[in-house]
Design a protein around this ligand. Sequence first.
Ligand code: ADP
Ligand code: MG
Length: 406
Amino acid sequence: MSLNERLKDGLEFKGKSEKGQSTPPGIIHTIRSFDLAQRYVFLRLDLNVPLRDKVLYEERQVEDDTRIQEAVPTIQYCIDHGAKVIIASHLGRPEGRKKMEYSLEPVARRLCLFLGKEVTLADDCVGDGIQHLTKGMKEGQVLLLENLRFYKEEELNSLEFSKKLASFAEIYITDAFGTAHRKHSSTYTVPQLMQKKGIGFLIEKELKFLEPLINEPQRPFYAVLGGIKVTDKIKTIEALLKRVDALLIGGGMAKAFLAAIGNPIGALTTPSKPEDVTAAQTLLKEATRLNVKVILPTDTNAGYDIGDETIATFCNFLTRSRTVFWNGPLGWFENPNYEKGTFQVAKNIAELNSLKIVGGGDTVSAIRKAGVGHCFDHLSTGGGAVLEFLEGRGLPGIDILKVPVE
Ligand code: ADP
Ligand code: MG
C-alpha cells in the first residue's frame, strides 16, 4: 500500500527502518479518524512565531506568520466538523512566569483574521477559570489558551500540570511538529493521559515527505549542507551519511571540512573552532568507510559565500539527483554581497525534476527570498525537529501517539 493510501486512516509504522534503527511499532491516527462533532479537542499547535516590539505590550506584532498559516487547515477542519476547539501553544521563553510580553494575544488577533471568526484568548492555560470557559463552549467555537510556558511545569513535563491540561478535552490532536522533539507536558504526557489521540494535517505532511528520506529514498539521494557550526549538526550529518549517496558541503561549516583535509581555502578567513575540525575529520572518515562522496568548495567569496566555480560544480552534480535534501544556507545570504551561492543553487535545484525537500528556518527563508519557494516539494519549518527526525530515532511527541495495530 502506498504511503498516500495509508494516510487515509492513519500512518502505520512497522517499527524498523531500512537501516535497522527501531522506532516503536503501531498506528498513528490522523485527525480524519475521529468523529469530532460536539467533542472537546485539545489541539497542540506550534504558534511560536517571531514578534516585533516585545517590550511595548500594545505594539507587538507578528513578524512572520508562516506557522500560524500552516496551522489553519487543522483548526478549520475541527471547526467544520463541529468540534469545541481548545488550542494550546508556547511562545518564546517566558521562563515559567507570566511575562505579558510573551502573551499569545498578537497570535490570537492573527488567527481571528485567518479563520474569519472569533477566537477567545483565555488569560491562563490551566485553572478553574479555564474549566468554566470550556464548559460554556459551543460546537465550532475556538478557545486559545494562554502561553503554556507561563508555567515552568510545561517544560519540566509535570504530571500534575499535564492532568490539568488533559482534563479539558476528549481528543488530543497535535500539529506542533516544531516541538515534537521535546518531552514536555503538552507534547508528551498529555497524550499519554488521553485515549483518543492523533496528528493534524501539518504533521501528516511532514511525515509524508520526511519518512521516505529515511526509508526508501529515490536514488541518487544527495544532501546539501551549510550553515555555520559542524558540531551543532554532527548527529544529523552522521545519520545522513548512512542514507545519502553524496554530501555537498558549503557555508561556514565547509571551512572545518577544508581544514580537516589541510586545504588552504579553508584558512582564508576566521579559522574554524578546533572541535569543528575534529568533528569534520571524523565525519570524513565515516564517509569514506560508507563510500559516500563528499563534495567541498574549491573557491570562496571572501569566506562568506561559495565561489563561482563551486556554484557550477554543485549545480552540475545535482542534475543527476532524484532526491535532494537541503539544510543550511551556503553563505551569509542575509548580506546581498554573499547571497549569490545560496540563491543560484536554490534556483538550480528548483528546476530539477527530483524530489526537493528543505529543512531549517534560515534555509527556508533563503529559498523564499530567492523567489523559488513554490518550486520545492516541501519546505519544513520544523527546525530542530526535522534534523532529529532524520537521525532516524523517531520523535517523542509523535511516537507517543502510536497505538497498537488492531
Ligand atoms: P537553518 O536555520 O536553515 O538550519 P543554520 O541556522 O544552520 O540554518 O545557518 C544559517 C546561518 O548561517 C545564516 O544566518 C547564514 O548567514 C549563516 N552562514 C552560512 N554560511 C556562512 C558563512 N560562510 N559565513 C557567515 N555566515 C554564514
Ligand atoms: Mg537557523
